[in-house]
Design a protein. Structure first.
Lengths: 262, 509
């Protein structure tokens, strides 16, 4: 990877040199078509934000990439691994965090991280210090020996995020990870994700908070009715739509209300 | 809105909630199943008349005055039913404290809390009584058909029992909160409910084994020494028995006592109900239980899964109370085994079906918790393990837990009768494996906390699990007494399990 543009907040953006995720012709139908022949390429070391209105197919797309849903058609490749043919190998290098933190009420955060590290086959000598660091950086260290049953949604989300990071994945897939987090926690999480991207990790995230996509993402994909209606950096999106100084919010509304997005 | 209007409105709201909760339990939360649920319930109620007839049909001709032995047996049966109601009532009250989502709304409303909680206490009492009336109806029907309308008074006794059981359950739970705090009350109340439900029968069986070497609890109740110690026929202790048989004075007194008890509990505890609910909610939010610092453990991915499952099972309050109840039911056969250690008494044969049935039931519960009750399904599904590897690890947990509980009993049995021990061991394995397989075929994604509702997700799985446990227990018992009958019973049970598999939902994995 080579150093590239500088982001507005001063974070150096790495120019990608290979694809971390490649999706081709991904299709899923429930009662209606949820994802429609979707093509998507995310480069290694990139922070990619997938935005779109409710029911656009963002979560369905990511759930298929994470191996939680089987697509009706299409291919998913993660760092060159065919995720449909070799799901175990693909899962080894990625992590999934959903908007609804799913953790075990009767385990402590530290026990949860020990379990996740064990599932990914990480040696205890490696995972234990990483787990301690993660809990420290997410502000969970004082609660590390308390069972999660009494945690707030924000704390649970942070435990789930720590679980996703404890096995040092190369691709992190996040579905609305900032839902329910207070401002301080959201900043913690954003900081942690930013650090991971700077260290070479790839992040793909869905979000309704357009300001987050605007500030953090290298590229933004706009999805509507299961199709990718626009993609690029914020500048590129503005240029594509001929609005040089418009906000992402206005751009988003213009894109998802286009006739072809309906 | 006047205070009386507000109260009647709240009472209607409570009744509607209770009705919808019960209805959802009957239909598995699917409104389309309403007709099927009604037909099923009617058939089930009709079917219940058969065992009711077999159990108490012969007592329909009983007339007052009764001798002491009959009074003892009827009173003990009523007391047994009352303990079961008390057990269910304690469980209901605990659930209201810890699981009702509307407490915040109620407590933030401008209504008088003591009045609202009085209504809630009355609603608990009503639901406990309604369920008791529902289950006792086939038995009372049988008595009315065989012995005349005087037996209708038994419904009044059931109502009195339901109201008093609910009143005592509320008082016990709130006192537990005050004495040991919300953190421990949840577990202790569940254990208490399990012990109360099983305790009386087990105590009678233990006494019968120790005195007469038999599992029959009626042997001890009708023995001369118990009759000699029993109070006179006109004592207050026989009011329930006399009321059941149509003594209207005794019935009215019982009903009045039950209502007074419930009224006193409402007056004494309705204002504390709010404090208790706040404490329970605060306990849920604090999560104050702490674990010790220890190094991470290594091992394979399956080992990590097994360790997680064991930790969660160990920390599951429902499971602890349920396992305790299963173990309590094993006390009488274990005692029988100990008493008949030296000889090959026929009574020893009774141990086998009891432990086989217990193994099947426990395995079914454990299998649901480990296979269906996964609180982080996405995490496990996105972990680098094959689905079959995950399922295998979970099944291993169930079988290891069953082995840990039942191996000592089978080992002890091996000293008394190696053949019986071998048959029991084989039947335990088959019964546990069948229950686990049924849970696997009918697995649904659910949270562990939904365990109580597990029966509603598939009636077929519930009945199949129960019949498979009963079938394997009967097969093992028959194999010891009449081998050919045991083999036939085993084949029928295997057929039943195969049919269950045939009707199980198709699985992708």
């Amino acid at each position: 990877m080579v150093a590239g543009d500088a982001k507005p907040d001063g974070v150096a953006v790495m120019k990608p040199d290979s694809s971390a995720l490649e999706v081709k012709g991904l299709t899923k139908r429930f009662d209606r078509l949820a994802v429609d022949n979707l093509d998507l390429t995310i480069h290694a070391g990139e922070f990619y934000a997938l935005v779109g209105p409710n029911g656009a197919g963002k979560t369905t797309t990511l759930r298929m990439v994470a191996g939680l849903l089987r697509p009706d058609a299409g291919a998913v490749s993660i760092f060159g691994i065919d995720a449909l043919q070799s799901p175990v190998a693909a899962k080894q290098v990625m992590a999934w965090v959903s908007d609804e933190p799913m953790i075990y009420d009767k385990l402590t955060p530290l026990e949860y991280l020990e379990f996740v590290a064990g599932l990914w086959g990480i040696a205890p000598s490696v995972s234990q210090p990483v787990a301690q660091d993660l809990l420290e950086s997410l502000g969970l260290a004082p609660h590390r020996h308390e069972r999660c049953e009494g945690f707030s949604k924000g704390m649970r989300q942070k435990v789930a995020l720590a679980g996703a990071l404890v096995h040092d994945p190369r691709l992190i897939i996040l579905d609305e990870p900032l839902t329910g987090l207070d401002a301080v926690s959201a900043r913690h999480v954003k900081g942690l994700l930013g650090m991971r991207v700077r260290a070479g990790c790839t992040v793909i995230m869905t979000t309704h908070i357009l300001e987050v996509a605007e500030r953090m993402a290298d590229r933004i994909g706009v999805i509507a009715s299961g199709r990718l209606v626009a993609e690029g950096t914020l500048t590129e999106l503005r240029q594509q739509n001929g609005h040089a100084d418009t906000s992402l919010e206005d751009l988003f509304i213009a894109l998802v209300t286009l006739p072809e997005a309906a | 809105m006047s205070s009386a209007t507000a109260l009647s409105w709240f009472a209607r709201h409570e009744l509607r909630l209770a009705w919808r909760e019960w209805f959802a339990m009957m239909t598995g939360g699917r409104r389309k199943r309403t007709r099927a649920a009604i037909i099923g319930l009617v058939c089930f109620a009709a079917l219940l008349h058969l065992p009711a007839w077999a159990v108490i049909g012969r007592f329909a001709d009983l007339q007052l005055p009764l001798d002491k032995s009959s009074l003892i047996v009827i009173s003990a049966t009523i007391f047994l039913a009352w303990t079961l109601m008390l057990s269910q009532a304690i469980e209901s009250v605990t659930r209201v404290f810890y699981a009702r989502a509307d407490l915040d709304l109620i407590m933030s409303s401008p209504a008088t809390l003591a009045n609202l909680f009085s209504v809630r206490i009355a609603a608990i009492a009503l639901s406990v009584t309604a369920i008791a009336v529902l289950f006792s109806t086939p038995f009372i029907d049988v008595l009315v058909i065989g012995g005349g309308a005087r037996w209708l008074a038994a419904f009044g006794v059931v109502v009195a029992m339901g109201l008093s059981a609910a009143a005592i359950a509320i008082a016990v739970t709130i006192l537990l909160f005050r004495l040991i705090g919300p953190a421990r009350t949840r577990l202790i109340a569940q254990i208490l409910a399990a012990i109360i439900g099983a305790g009386f029968v087990i105590a009678l069986q233990v006494a019968a084994i120790m005195s007469y070497g038999t599992l029959s609890r009626f042997t001890i109740l009708t023995s001369g020494s118990v009759v000699a110690y029993a109070p006179d026929a006109d004592s207050i202790w026989w009011w329930p028995a006399r009321a059941v048989m149509g003594d209207s004075k005794a019935l009215l007194l019982l009903l009045a006592l039950a209502l007074m008890l419930l009224g006193s509990v409402m007056a004494m505890f309705s204002h504390r109900f709010a404090d208790t609910a706040i404490d329970a909610a605060a306990y849920g939010a604090s999560g104050s239980r702490r674990a010790k610092e220890r190094p991470f453990r290594g091992g394979s991915r399956q080992q990590a899964l097994r360790r997680k499952e064991f930790s969660l099972l160990w920390r599951d309050p429902w499971l602890i109370s349920q396992t305790l109840m299963q173990l309590l039911y094993l006390v009488p056969p274990a005692l029988l085994l100990w008493r008949n250690f030296a000889d090959s008494s026929a009574a020893l044969t009774l141990i086998t079906p009891v432990i086989v049935m217990a193994a099947g039931q426990l395995a079914g519960g454990l299998a649901w918790l480990t296979i269906s009750g996964e609180d982080a399904p996405d995490l496990v599904a996105t972990a680098p393990l094959t689905p079959s590897g995950v399922i295998r690890a979970k099944i291993e947990v169930v079988l290891i837990a069953i082995a840990a509980i039942f191996c000592p009993l089978v080992a002890a049995l091996a000293f008394a009768s190696p053949y019986q021990a071998a048959v029991s061991a084989a039947a335990i394995i088959i019964s546990a494996a069948s229950a686990t397989a049924i849970q696997l075929w009918f697995r649904v994604q659910a949270r562990r906390s939904q365990f109580r509702r597990r029966q509603t997700s598939s009636r077929l799985a519930t009945f199949a699990e129960a019949f498979s446990s009963i079938g394997w227990a009967a097969s093992a018992a028959l194999l010891l007494a009449l081998p050919i009958a045991g083999l036939i019973c085993g084949l029928i049970t295997a057929g039943l399990v195969a049919i269950t598999w045939k009707f199980s939902p198709r699985r992708e994995q």
